[in-house]
Design a protein around this ligand. Sequence first.
Ligand SMILES: Nc1ncnc2c1ncn2[C@@H]1O[C@H](COP(=O)(O)OP(=O)(O)OP(=O)(O)O)[C@@H](O)[C@H]1O
Ligand SMILES: [Mg+2]
Length: 327
Amino acid sequence: MGTQSKSRNETSETDERMNVNSAISLEGVSKVFKGRQALNGVSLTVESGDIFGYLGPNGAGKTTSIRIILGLLNADSGTSSILGRPTSTDGIRQKLGFVLEADGLYENMTAYENLAFFAKIYRVGESGETIGRYLKMAGLSERSRDKVGTFSKGMRQRLALARAMVHNPDILILDEPTAGVDPSGQIEVRQIVLDMAHAQGKTIFLSSHNLDEVQRICNRIALIHRGEIKLQGELARLQTEMGGGKVEIETEEPLNEGVLSRLKSLPGLELVSQTEKVIVIALDGRTSTHDVIALLSQNNAGIEQVKKRQASLEEIYTTILKEAEQK
Ligand SMILES: Nc1ncnc2c1ncn2[C@@H]1O[C@H](COP(=O)(O)OP(=O)(O)OP(=O)(O)O)[C@@H](O)[C@H]1O
Ligand SMILES: [Mg+2]
């Protein structure tokens, strides 16, 4: 399993990319809290434009990594950089916006005042027009004069996102942005995140326990377990790689017994499952997907589509964690 895990990790690719100015990079970062190792040699790379999902069980080290990336906590060893420069570089923090587990909003200030206050801290001016725009993005125009202490969790999360954006950073770092938010609130937060990434070209790094959410919006992921990165890479590629080399074939009509038995007699082909018009096969290399398609065509089987089976993020997550637990 060890070699397989390695091939799933993009270590060598990551090494090569270190020279390019990635948006966020951690290299060999370790951190010990009172004798407990929270991070052990964490390396990860987030490219500009990524929506990067950071996954892992409670206590795995996600928030600790985020605090190091943000320069709120020093690593014991290893390096952390933003846009190719150390986090401590002058002006770098201005490029970052973030929402941590505690949203950090001021209860006794209104939504408007919270944004104005942060705009002032970041010295970006506090024009009513700009703040109004961010309040609108958060869907809070109507509530701008209400105190944050009276807001629901979802409203607070949306306001926290707006606050993280008020100085127009290039990179947004979000620690569980939809935790405790109801399903429609989650959709709204996701929509804001997607808009920031796609329409505004921001790089997003988000930690989440919501695998469905990460599968929907992230293009790259890393999975951390007990302070060590167990998996990292492009999500679609990992899904294909971990789909077990299985191929899904949909036909216009159910395959008849004759075709099925010819198919099953191909060397190294295993019929994994069969529903009315969809069969899933596993091939060990002796027969190619091309051979299978040729045989079906010769038998006029009317192929609708052929695709490599993709593992769900949930399958990936549980498989990798199970492997990690067994070590
Ligand atoms: N300030 C601290 N002092 C002591 N231990 C800490 C501190 N911060 C984190 N830890 C420990 O470091 C480990 C990683 O914690 P971290 O908060 O990074 O996990 P996480 O992945 O964010 O978990 P969760 O999903 O629950 O938010 C845990 O064992 C935690 O107890
Ligand atoms: Mg955390």
